[in-house]
Design a binder for this molecule. Structure first.
Ligand code: FAD
Ligand code: NAD
Length: 474
């Protein structure tokens, strides 16, 4: 006889594990099935985010930034150091330790909340039954409610087959044991820029091949132009827009990349090549035909605005469904669904999901960019403030970037905020909160910000919307 739960969550990434914890907090007898195993084959909770995504990439971004600062920034502060070296295996080991602590932390949270953790591949059968296969052993579990949080996997392209030796996906790119002299990256999106930055700071010569002609299309144009200049001219990333990789030939030590650019064919050889051309929902083999689970036209689990699938009592959240592929978006959906199941009336605002790209400077935004706001019929007014005019920023030796605010000209309501600059990842939280409370630029203009802080740039951007920024000529 199969074991019965109130809720079974399939997937223990930031969407699934958070959903499981919230269900347990609400008194529901909850199980969570996850198949992720670490390099030693041991179960490791936390999904893509903790194991091979957000956390390990940020650990390496932080280490590589410190290396960059020791080499190039300390001098400006009057600090001299001897020859600065980098021990890549140690850097990777530090990253692995952070991952291990955090994934074990999730196991601890499961235990503390009385969640049953089941290792293996989960598959939805008919009648809200989950079949779990682990090393050839099959078990079945049933539940009143099922939450599918199976996440996403990297998109593969036939011209560059990943072997995780020379041609790497995001997992392989986080485990390189020596600085590649020449690194190629296919895709100048979020992963390409973050991981490209890591290895560029550590000394690689980095070339990014981006198929599209536009750079970072969701980012406000004024900001993305400055980002492009900073990354190419300032930091030496070679970003080739409109470049299509047509073939690769790898041996054990290098890979020859053939690409077309402006109608001409070129070849270039790299020590490593990262493929970062997007991710797709991990929906292969997650439901038996008899379950009748409906997918959308992009292979994601089809859901309505309450994260409900076409099967009553079966929900889906996170990267496996529509919306941005971000950890905090999945986690918030997890809380939402748990509370819905428990009979509450939860709320989630999809219009205020922040984005952050953890390069240097960081790029962060929430809401609409100027073009999107105009396309939606708003009469738009904007304000901006450069970090070059912010005291705290200059004290930190950070001179680039800006805060841009987009507002509705009639209501003064903030429609979007776009930041390129130091600690943009933290600064964007104020913008999210402002938008969550439907703030006007005047609300921010009247809010006292501590001096000297980077947040004064946000304040000044709000003042600048009505041409009254105090530390810049409007
Ligand atoms: P996942 O984290 O993918 O978790 C799904 C889990 O389900 C996995 O453990 C998987 O093994 C398991 N699973 C799948 N199918 C089954 C099955 N049938 N049975 C059992 N288990 C199954 N987002 C951010 O917000 N900030 C960042 O800084 C950030 N950085 C990133 C950096 C990189 C390199 C990458 C690759 C991604 C990054 N992301 C970031 C995106 C973020 O990782 C994802 O949006 C997030 O992990 C999605 O959460 P999820 O729970 O939906 O899925
Ligand atoms: P992405 O969508 O951000 O970027 C992929 C890029 O590859 C795009 O610019 C696309 O035009 C380009 N591309 C697609 N096919 C190509 C081809 N054949 N040749 C050359 N270029 C091609 O995807 P990603 O960088 O793989 O990241 C996947 C997702 O993971 C992100 O969209 C994001 O949702 C999430 N993520 C988030 C963070 C963060 O929040 N800081 C960090 C990493 C990843």
């Amino acid at each position: 006889m199969s074991e019965k739960f109130d809720v079974i969550v399939v997937g223990a990434g930031p969407a699934g594990y958070v959903a499981a914890i919230r269900c347990a907090q609400l008194g529901l007898n909850t199980a969570c099935v996850d198949k992720f195993a670490d390099a030693s084959g041991a179960p490791s909770l936390g999904g893509t985010c903790l194991n091979v995504g957000c956390i390990p990439s940020k650990a390496l971004l932080d280490s590589s930034e410190k290396y960059e600062q020791a080499q190039h920034e300390f001098k400006a502060h009057g600090i001299s150091v001897g020859k600065v070296g980098v021990d890549v295996p140690k850097m990777i080991a530090r990253k692995d330790e952070i991952v291990s602590n955090l994934t074990k932390g999730i196991a601890g949270l499961f235990k503390a909340n009385g969640i049953t953790s089941i290792h293996g591949h989960g598959k939805l059968l008919a009648s809200k039954t989950i079949e779990v296969v682990n090393h050839g052993k099959t078990e079945q579990y049933t539940a009143e409610h099922i939450i599918l949080a199976v996440g996403s996997v990297p998109i593969n392209i036939p011209v560059a087959e990943v072997d995780n030796q020379v041609i790497l996906d995001n997992s392989g790119a986080l485990d390189v044991d020596a600085v590649p002299k020449k690194l190629g990256v296919i895709g100048a999106g979020v992963i390409g820029l973050e991981l490209g930055s890591v290895w560029n700071r550590l000394g690689s010569e980095v070339t990014l091949f981006e198929a599209a002609d536009t750079f970072l299309p969701p980012v406000d144009k004024q900001i993305s132009r400055e980002v492009f200049r900073t990354f190419t001219k300032g930091q030496g990333l070679d970003i080739k827009l409109g470049a299509m990789v047509t073939a690769t030939k790898a041996n054990k030590k290098s890979v020859k990349v053939t690409y077309s650019l402006k109608g001409e064919e070129h070849t270039e050889t790299f020590d490593k090549l990262i493929v970062a051309v997007g991710r797709r929902a991990a929906t292969n083999n997650i439901a038996a035909d008899e379950a009748g689970l409906k997918m959308d036209d992009r292979g994601r689990i089809d859901i309505n605005d309450k994260c409900q699938t076409n099967i009553s009592g079966v929900y889906a959240i996170g990267d496996a469904v529509k919306g941005p592929m971000l950890a905090h978006k999945g986690s918030e959906e997890g809380v939402y669904v748990a509370e819905l199941i428990a009979g509450q009336k939860p709320h989630m605002n999809h219009d205020t999901i922040p984005w952050v790209i953890y390069t240097h400077p960081e790029i962060a935004w929430v809401g609409l960019n100027e073009d999107e706001a105009k396309a939606q019929g708003h009469e738009v007014k904007t304000g901006f403030f450069p970090f070059a005019a912010n005291g705290r920023s200059l004290a930190m030796n950070e001179k680039g970037g800006r805060v841009k605010m987009v507002a509705d000209a009639n209501s003064d309501r903030i429609l979007g905020v776009h930041i390129l600059g130091p600690n943009a990842s933290e600064l964007i939280a104020e913008a999210v909160l402002a938008m969550e409370y439907s703030a006007s630029t005047e609300d921010i203009a009247r809010t006292i910000h501590a001096h000297p802080t980077l947040s004064e740039a946000f304040h000044e951007a709000a003042l600048s919307v009505s041409d009254r920024a105090l530390h810049k000529v409007n």
